[in-house]
Write a protein that binds this ligand. Sequence first.
Ligand SMILES: Cc1cc2nc3c(=O)[nH]c(=O)nc-3n(C[C@H](O)[C@H](O)[C@H](O)COP(=O)(O)OP(=O)(O)OC[C@H]3O[C@@H](n4cnc5c(N)ncnc54)[C@H](O)[C@@H]3O)c2cc1C
Length: 358
Amino acid sequence: MIDVVIIGAGPAGTAAAFDLLSSGFSVLLLDKYAFPKKKACAGGITPKAVALFRYDISSLIRQECRSIKIRPQPGRAFVIQDENPLCHMIQRWELDLFSLNMVQRKGGQFQVVKKIVSIQEKKFHTEIRTSDQLIKSCYLIGADGANSIVRRLTRTFCRVNRYPALEADIRVDHPERHSMEFDFSMPGRGYYWIFPKGNHLNIGIYSTTGHPALKQLQLAEYAQKRFGTDRLQAVRGYSIGVGGYAYRPGSGRVLLSGDAAGFGENLLGEGIYFALKSGQAAARAIVLASADSVSPGVAYAKEIKKIRTDLRLYHLSAKCLYSFPSFSLKLLSLPLFHKKFAKGYADGKTLGQILLCR
Ligand SMILES: Cc1cc2nc3c(=O)[nH]c(=O)nc-3n(C[C@H](O)[C@H](O)[C@H](O)COP(=O)(O)OP(=O)(O)OC[C@H]3O[C@@H](n4cnc5c(N)ncnc54)[C@H](O)[C@@H]3O)c2cc1C
């Protein structure tokens, strides 16, 4: 029997797999797609996320952003900056492939599955029935993203809110001259982003209303207005799983991590940091559980306490920002505030650590 099956080979799944393999566990990663594969993601990685990787990802970084332009609506644009990078730009498919290769090099197995049909938790193991086989493992981690089948099939976990985001690449002259940007002129509660990626720009829309129908037309109009082109390439949309501050693992052998547990933050939609952090926490919980005969769910609940506190703070900040955007962005435009935020982000701190001076 395999020690741990992980469903989903994104940042949460590969982070959990890598740490489990380092502790001597056997790991089988299942994903519904072969790699390399496309995944909707703008590929902005904050310093705190970069610091979590167990391997060097510097070869994947296309551009480092030391400044971020904020466009309030109404109001004048202002720039947040630091001497150190505030965000690193990667191509998401490259990161996923790289991480999976690292896991396989460490001895992890990887398999593409068509369909997960059922999941059963027994006293000493779990049973995962796919469309063509039955797999038994001591533990199961559901790291299969915002629409998690593990969450749906086990039915023991809280509801996750799904906030939509839509992205596209555009070609412009001298993309390297553009800065990273969050533009709050979007109607409704959300923003447009512009992320420079070396030879192109990635632009997108993030919405906190949970309304699934973000329109390609809206993004094309924005591109036309800002860059004089509506030729969008590689348009992709998906949801970000948020609300995970309410997630409580049961006492069993199935743990959720990353977007499957709602561990995306809903202020700006950053999810890679929390996916890595919770994947590593799930691995640690399983290592502890098998050594101390404590339930993995109970160990995991302790491990994710700080993540949940952080996510609650992001949630409250999002409420403040999107309910009172003029006031919040005016406050952020004051150097006293934004220098503190920029320094905190560049130093790899979470919002909680910045606000509470932890
Ligand atoms: C448009 C967009 C832009 C974003 N930009 C950023 C950004 O710039 N920075 C940032 O930090 N976050 C960003 N996010 C959020 C970020 O992408 C997610 O939070 C992060 O990918 C979550 O990682 P994960 O490992 O939990 O899940 P995922 O990355 O979603 O990985 C889940 C894996 O599970 C697999 N899977 C799904 N269902 C099944 C199934 N039934 N069976 C088997 N396998 C399955 C998938 O194929 C996938 O490989 C963005 C999200 C979107 C939608």
